[in-house]
Design a protein around this ligand. Structure first.
Ligand code: ATP
Ligand code: MG
Length: 214
């Protein structure tokens, strides 16, 4: 679980369990409920995606849809800073956006996504550009929980709309790999500089493009 930097209004007092619509206080059971409901909502979206301009409001609507059954703050940008120690970073956390910068960082990242000139790119360039945008959006981590599911779905919808369908099951079936690849691609730090490596993310994105069907 992502750890809050300050007091966390999202959890039951003296626990790390997110306040949820089922009032479920057991972490494993909540994880299962979350997986069931969000899985159902994400499958629904494959047939009828949320329409929008691939801007911040659109991303929030998508999170709202996916998490509507579980969290009453679904679709709302987080109000606390978060960190998570990563073994692949030797215990450091990705520098997720400070709450004061989330909108600014996301607007810039979404502008980059929208600038991708899909039609003129070969598959390696498509994979590189897409992975870069995915990682940039993900590094902002705008929601208290559920960023990876929302952002992967959002970016796949975006690519689909530009005639580049991706094999989404590759991402969901390899979610641990995807998360580690996103961490590696996002490893830029104020004090330690750029330690990022996009190779792993680009590799799975390229596979997903190669296996995507319409
Ligand atoms: N693209 C995806 N599609 C469907 N399920 C996913 C996807 N990515 C992750 N999951 C599942 O979501 C659950 C939570 O994963 P994880 O905590 O890494 O992501 P998140 O909650 O969406 O984002 P974060 O915790 O980074 O805000 C896991 O059970 C994982 O298997
Ligand atoms: Mg999570």
């Amino acid at each position: 679980m992502l750890l809050p930097v300050n007091d966390d209004p999202y959890v039951y007092p003296h626990t790390e369990i997110l306040i949820n619509a089922f009032n479920e206080r057991n972490e494993d059971r909540l994880r299962q409920i979350e997986a069931d409901y969000t899985g159902f909502r994400i499958r629904e979206l494959m047939d009828s995606p949320i329409e929008g301009d691939y801007d911040l409001a659109h991303l929030c609507r998508l999170h709202q849809y996916i998490f509507q059954d579980i969290f009453d703050w679904a679709g709302q940008i987080r109000v606390i800073n978060i960190e998570k120690a990563e073994s692949v970073l030797g215990g450091l956390s990705v520098e997720y956006s400070d709450i004061a910068d989330i909108e600014k960082h996301l607007n810039a990242a979404l502008a980059h996504l929208n600038e991708i000139g899909w039609a003129n790119l070969n598959i390696d360039e498509k994979a590189k550009e897409f992975a870069q945008s995915l990682a940039e959006i993900w590094k902002a981590h705008p929601f208290r929980e559920g960023n990876t599911r929302t952002i992967v779905t959002f970016c796949c919808d975006f690519a689909d709309r530009h005639g580049v369908p991706l094999d989404r099951e590759l991402f969901s079936d390899n979610s641990a790999y995807v998360r580690t690849a996103l961490v590696a691609a996002s490893a830029t730090f104020h004090d330690l500089g750029d330690r990022s490596n996009q190779e792993y993310l680009v590799r799975i994105v390229k596979d997903a493009i190669e296996h995507g069907t319409r």
